[in-house]
Structure formats: C-alpha cells, structure tokens
Design a binder for this molecule. Structure first.
Ligand SMILES: [Fe+2]
Ligand SMILES: [Fe+2]
Length: 399
C-alpha cells in the first residue's frame, strides 16, 4: 500500500507508483522530510531512581504482542455490512455525525439516501483508520526522538519499548487498511502541521507535551469511540490491543512532565500552557471528514459554513478532548497564571472533561498483562453511545 500525500483518490491498488517526470524517483515521491536541530544526549548516570518510569518499563516489557500472531487475520471483513451492523447495534445511523447535515436548509447532502450514507460511512471509516495510521507513524518518529534527546536513563529505557509499540501499531493499521478496507487517505493537514512543529522543536519536553499528551490523548478518545461502536471482531480486537499500549504511552508523558514542570520557571510554564492550547486548537480546527467531502464534489468550505449550528458535530468533536483535559489538569497546566488555559478550554467548550479520570491514575502500573480486558480500566472513557446524550440523531430519510 502506498499513500500519496495531497491526492484524495489514493487507493491501495495504486502501487507500483508511476515514475515522475521531474527527475525525482518514485521512492522520493513518498518521502517527506522535516528538518530538525536538537541535542542527542548520552547519560553516564545509570542509576534508576524514577520508580514510576521503572514500573512502567517493566509493565511494557511484559505486555508485548505480535500483530501477526495475536490477531485473527483470517476474519473476512465486508465494510458495507460492517457499517450497517454498527448502525443497527448502536442505533446511530450510518454516516453520523455528518448525517445531521441532512436537516440543514440548503445542505448539499439534503437529498442523499441511505445507500449514499452507507457509502459515505465506509469511506469515513477508511479516512479515520488512515489518520490513525499516519498518527501512529508520527508517534513512532516522536518516540524515537525522545529516546535520543531525553537525559534520563529510565525514560530512554521506557521510550525504547514505546518505539516498538508504535511500529507495531503502524503495522496493524496499515495491514487492516490494505487487506480489509477498500481505500486509504493522505494525512490530514492539521495533524501533519502539528507533527511537523513537534518534530522540528529542539525542546524535548515539548515532544512529550505535543505527542504523549495531546496527540496520544486525542487518539485514545478516538480509538475508544471506534471500539465502543464497531461490531467487527478483528477491528475490535486490534483496537483493544492498541489501546492497552496507548494507555502506557500517555502515562509516560504525565509521569515525565510532572517531574520537569516541578522545576520550570513561571515564564517557561506559561509557554507550555500556550503550546498545549495551540496544539488542541489545531486539532479542533480539523473539519470532520475533511478528507472525504471533495471526493463527493462538496468543498470543505461549504461544510464549514454549515457547522456553527451543528450541535451533533460539535459534541462529537468535543468528546475527542475527553482524555486531554484531565491530563492537562493533572499537570497543573489548567490553573497556572490565573487559569489561563482553563479559560481557553471553557471557550472551546471542553472544560467539562476536567474531572474525568486521568490516564496516569487509571493505569495499573503493576497489573497483570495477559488479559487485555484488565487494561480497559485505563480506557474507561471509551465511547459509550450515551456520551452523545442530547445529540440529535437523524433518521433515515424517506426520499
Ligand atoms: Fe500508537
Ligand atoms: Fe502511542
């Protein structure tokens, strides 16, 4: 499978890539570089005094799994049936929340019938899985960076296990998309821009904040929503395995940043608040299904113009921040400087998640690992259709 950036019609059967005419090779076309200057740090201090990180490292070593052996790839997946079954089981119609645009006067999708929404839902599932895939590659690169740049031996040890985890996640999502789904999509431009800014920053603690807290927190919530709604057994199991790793990753960020922030000057801490806000804002600006609309002949501008009144889409978007806000609170980022970040999160309508369980507390650092269900405690905010309480669900149109 190859995914050419900037091409919304990318599909898995495009390989081998055609030779471009400008002298670049086909391989060059698939490479995207980010320039960075940072310190790679040796440490000669091999003492392991950070108890939380040590326990997390032990848990990570005991929790390894194999995409090839532990998931049943013989399961046959029919994407259309998957979407219809999901709608039946959850009571949430195919294509939701975009489907709520049906009801909006002048909406370009006002005449769509159920089959069209099922087609849209299949593509929407491909787009979400594609963003998971690209985000996982971002996590792989960021964690490799952390192993080089963090000065603590315990964090280098633990980070090395996360590098393996993230490679496994890239492998799992790539294989699922390639073997089970009809198409895949390029990376969302807001996600790419956040990854670029995290990877080009020389301050290693910002890699933690951008990747381990914001991007991983968002991913955990999104995985939880998909796990809570899909009825497809292979995808369900894949997500459960991935999420049991991700809970450790967010905890790694929280444990490390708590120590760093304890010694930070007020000005430096303020910069971290602003960085967290900017990263969240960038993720919020992603139009839902932005990768999809153009292939249906509808521009993202047309959709964005309809969104201010779209309660369903907004609630759905807000839920994605349900993991990030409690973790920011745990780090003290919300209330520093007279609650500057609290106010920003109030404006974004996501402050209501501040007392949801934070990931570091929910993860049992010493718990057994053989049964993945045990780590579900760390993902308790996994999507429950009741979380969309009050959100208008539109029935199948009769026309
Ligand atoms: Fe991951
Ligand atoms: Fe991760």
């Amino acid at each position: 499978m190859t995914i050419i950036q900037g091409d919304a019609t990318t599909s898995s059967d495009r390989s081998p890539v055609e030779e471009p005419s400008d002298g670049a090779t086909a391989f060059d076309q698939l490479i995207d570089k980010v320039r960075a200057e940072f310190d790679t740090q040796f440490t000669w201090d091999y003492e392991r005094g950070r108890d939380g990180l040590n326990r997390l490292y032990e848990k990570a070593k005991r929790s390894q799994w194999n995409v090839s052996d532990d998931l049943d790839w013989s399961i046959d997946v029919d994407p259309e049936r998957m979407v219809r079954l999901q709608a039946e089981a959850t009571g949430i119609p195919a294509g939701f929340p975009a489907r709520s645009l049906l009801d909006v006067k002048g909406s370009p999708v006002a005449s769509w019938n159920d089959d069209q929404w099922v087609d849209f839902a299949v593509n929407s599932q491909c787009a979400s899985l594609s963003q998971f895939l690209h985000g996982e590659q971002g996590a792989l690169l960021c964690t490799a960076r952390l192993v080089e740049s963090v000065p603590w031996i315990e964090a280098k040890y633990y980070g090395s296990t996360q590098v393996v985890d993230e490679a496994r996640h890239v492998e799992a999502f790539a294989r699922y998309l390639d073997e089970k789904m009809p198409t895949s999509y390029p990376i969302n431009e807001n996600l790419k821009s956040l990854l670029d800014s995290v990877l080009s920053d020389e301050r290693w603690d910002l890699v933690y904040l951008g990747m381990q807290v914001v991007i991983e927190g968002l991913a955990l919530a999104a995985f939880g929503m998909m796990l809570g709604t899909t009825q497809e057994p292979l995808l369900k199991n894949l997500l459960r395995y991935v999420m049991s790793d991700e809970a450790r990753h967010v905890a790694f960020g929280i444990l490390s940043l708590q120590e760093i922030y304890a010694d930070l000057s007020a000005d430096d801490f303020r910069l971290r608040q602003e960085f967290a806000f900017e990263a969240c804002n960038q993720m919020r600006r992603r139009t839902l299904n932005a990768e999809l609309w153009p292939s249906y002949g509808i521009s993202n501008e047309e959709i964005e113009a309809l969104l201010p009144d779209q309660n369903s889409q907004q609630k759905f978007q807000q839920l994605l921040f349900s993991k990030i806000v409690p973790n920011c609170k745990k780090l003290g980022l919300l209330d520093h400087r007279d609650g500057w970040l609290r106010e920003r999160f109030q404006e974004m309508n996501i402050i209501q998640f501040e007392d949801w369980e934070n990931t570091a507390e929910a993860l049992d650092l010493d718990g057994p690992v053989a049964d993945r269900e045990l780590d579900d405690a760390a993902n308790r905010a996994s999507f429950d259709p009741d979380a969309l309480q009050g959100v208008e669900v539109i029935d199948t149109p009769t026309h």
